[in-house]
Design a protein around this ligand. Sequence first.
Ligand code: GDP
Ligand code: MG
Length: 442
Amino acid sequence: NLTQRLARVMKTLKGEARLTESNIADALREVRLALLEADVALPVVKDFIAAVKEQAVGEEVLGSLTPGQALVGVVHREMTKVMGEANVGLNLATQPPAVILMAGLQGAGKTTTVGKLAKFLKDTQKKKVLVVSCDVYRPAAIEQLKTVAGQAGAEFFPSTTADKPVDIARAAVDWAKRHYHDVLLIDTAGRLAIDEAMMQEIAELHAAIKPIETLFVVDAMLGQDAVNTAKAFNDALPLTGVILTKLDGDARGGAALSVRHVTGKPLKFAGVGEKLSGLEPFHPERMASRILGMGDVLSLIEEARKGVDEEKALEFAKKLKSGKGFDLNDFKEQIGQMRKMGGMASLMDKLPAQFAQAASQVAPGTEDKMIRRIEGIINSMTPAERAKPELIKASRKRRIATGAGVQVQDVNRLLNQFEQTQKMMKQFSKGGLGKLMRGMKG
Ligand code: GDP
Ligand code: MG
C-alpha cells in the first residue's frame, strides 16, 4: 500500500531541504499507483499528479520532515483542495418550498437518501419536509419511499404508476406551498445504466420544477465507472451537488475525487449506512486521507506547519522523532496547541486510531470539558511528577485528584492515555512515519 511504499521512498530521501523534481519522482510514482488502487479514474489521476508536482517542486522541507513526508503533506493538501476545502451545505434560500431533485442510477441510493435528508433537515434544522416519488415504473419504489418517509417523520405525497412524473412533481409543489412545507424532496426513477429516455425524463422534470438543488446521487462502489455516470448526468442537468453513498462499505473513495473532477460540483454529503442515520456532511480532508489510505498523522503535520507556533511545532516534531523526553508537560502543551487548532471535536478527525479510540469514549459535545479536566489534572501535578509520571503512586494520585476536583480514577485514566501516547511516540521514532501509519491501519 501507499504508506509502505512511501516509507521505503522516504528512507532514501532523508536530509534534503527542498522538494525537487528528482527527489519527489519516486514518491510521486507511488502516489500515482495508490490513486489507481483507490479507484480514481486514470485521466483524473494524471491531472491530479501534474497539479501536485507543480505545487510541490520548490517547497521547503520543514524541520525534521523528510521530503517524502513533505510530499505527502502536499498531496493531501491538494487532494483536500480539489474535493472542496470545507463542507458545503444545502442551499435552501428561496421562497418555500425549497425543492430538491434527486438524480442518479437505479440502486445508487436515491430513495434511501431522500429519507436520510428528510430526517437530517427535520432533526437539525426543524424543517417541515414533504417527499414525493416520481419513480412511476416500479410500484415498489413508491412504497419504499412511503416507508422511508414514515421512518423519517416526513410527510409523504402519494403518487401512482399511472401518473406522469412532471404532473406528480407539479402537484407536490402545489401541495407543499399550500401546506407550508419548507422543503420538498423529489425522488426519481433511475435505470441500471445511462439511457436517453431517463436523461430526457429527468431533464424535463428539472425544467418544469426548477429545483434550487439538483443532487447527483452516486454509489462509491462504482469506482472508475463513476466517471462516465457523473459525466452523463452533469451534461444532462445543471447539478448543484453530489452525494456519495455506500462509503461504509469497502469502497476506497476514489470515486469522490473522480466525480468532483468531472462535475466540478461540491460533494455535499456521504452515505455511510443503510439506516436513515447513515448520512454525514462530506469532509474533503477525511476523504483525502481515506483515498491515500492513511490515518491523519499527516494532517497533524500540516496543522503543525501552518503553525500555531512554528517553533513549537518543530520542537514537537523533533520530540516525536527522538521518542525521548516526551513527558506530561509535552502532553499538556500538545493538548493546548490542539485546542488552539480548533477544539477537540475537530481534533477527533485528525487523530490516529489509538488516540481516537480513547477520545471516542467521551460523549459528543463534552470534549472541551474533557480537555479542561485533563489540563486541570496535569496542573495539579508537581513539575517533577510531570517529568516523571512513574513517580505518581496512590497517595500522589489522591492529592492530584483532590487538587483538580476529580476522582482518582480520572487521574488513572489520564495516566493510561499518556502511557499509550508515549508508546506510540516510541513506535514513531523506531520505524518512522511509515511504520506508525501501518500500525494504525492494523
Ligand atoms: P435508488 O434505486 O437510487 O433509489 O436506491 P435505494 O435508495 O433503493 O438504495 C439501493 C440499495 O442501496 C438499498 O439496499 C439501500 O439500503 C442501499 N444503500 C443506500 N445508501 C446506502 C449507504 O450509504 N450505505 C449502504 N451500506 N447501503 C446503502
Ligand atoms: Mg429509488
